[in-house]
Design a binder for this molecule. Sequence first.
Ligand code: B12
Length: 301
Amino acid sequence: MLDKIKKLKNKYDFGIIKFSKEFLKNNIIEESKFNWVKSVIVFIFPYDSKTQKYNYLPAKLSYGVDYHKIVKREIELFLTELGEIGKVEILVDNSFLDEKQIAIKAGLGIMGLNNLLISKNGSYNVIGEVLSDYQFEKYDDFDFKKCIECNKCVIECPTNALENGYNRKNCISYLNQSKTNRFDLLEKMSNYYGCDICQDVCPYNKGLSRGLKEFAFNLDSVVTLDEMLNIDENIFNSKYSEKSFHWIGYLKIIRNLLFLYQKEGLLTKKHLELAKKKNTNNEDWFNNTIDYFVRKKEYVN
Ligand code: B12
């Protein structure tokens, strides 16, 4: 087994750690979900960090095919090469474990002030893991280490979300995925899904733009307000089901694009009228957004 693991290290970025309850994201998780787990194999997969020149883009982790699907597939391939290790469960993102913490323990990187795992290839990585009841002969056990704390991410965050540690309530990535009325903060977004500012300014990411080919930029990621207002929710759901931004839903993408158009001075009264009609369940948060633009006369003609 040790030889096989050594060989696989040339192909995959991973580490193997002994399971501990310390890694649970919160304590309200059912025991049966983890009481069989002895080991965790933690992986990181890089995505492209090159900024594209288009206007209406999601965060870079959504430039290509949905990472949940690709990471799962890569881990399955790894397991085929590794051989039998008993009961396994693959998790990506919607995991009950704190994935940055387990990645650090597995020796895959350090913790950035931007609240992200920084690996030897920077922070543009996604994390995935395999839980297993197999007991390995040897485990990784790396100490928690922090970045150089140059403060660039703290200074450049337009909503001061990193000022006193990470504050998700101020983080644009959190806000543009939520039904929020913090319009003053939403006005500062530059992607219709997520945000990359605290990674773009990070010195650990300079000059790197390596990534799995499936994560490479694809023109499907350019989503305009005019397109969204011309299609309906069913078409949105079928067209974008392979994209990781899809889960936030049709209305939030429209809301975010309204802000991006407003920022460019391209938001019109017609956009607002059409957007209002898309709110078929008459949701308050969306009506409030439209009212905000109208009240502030944040539109042209
Ligand atoms: C919910 C979630 C979000 C939410 C809320 C984020 C939050 N942190 O509260 C939102 C939507 C805002 C979000 C945004 C983003 N996310 Co997110 N998110 C998650 C998710 C599902 C859970 C995070 C969580 O609640 N963790 C638990 C809390 C307690 O931890 P935390 O606040 O995040 O971080 C603390 C701990 O990690 C701790 N810690 C770390 N190591 C250690 C070690 C020791 C010893 C100790 C004691 C503590 C400790 O210190 C941190 C600061 O307090 C994880 C996947 C997962 N299952 O972990 C992905 C994840 C963290 N997200 C990820 C990504 C890529 C992003 C974005 C970059 C996406 C984007 N471009 O917009 C942004 C980055 C925002 C930022 N600067 O943090 C990646 C991070 C990859 C990486 N390189 O680090 C993850 C791991 C998903 C994945 N599978 O790849 N995310």
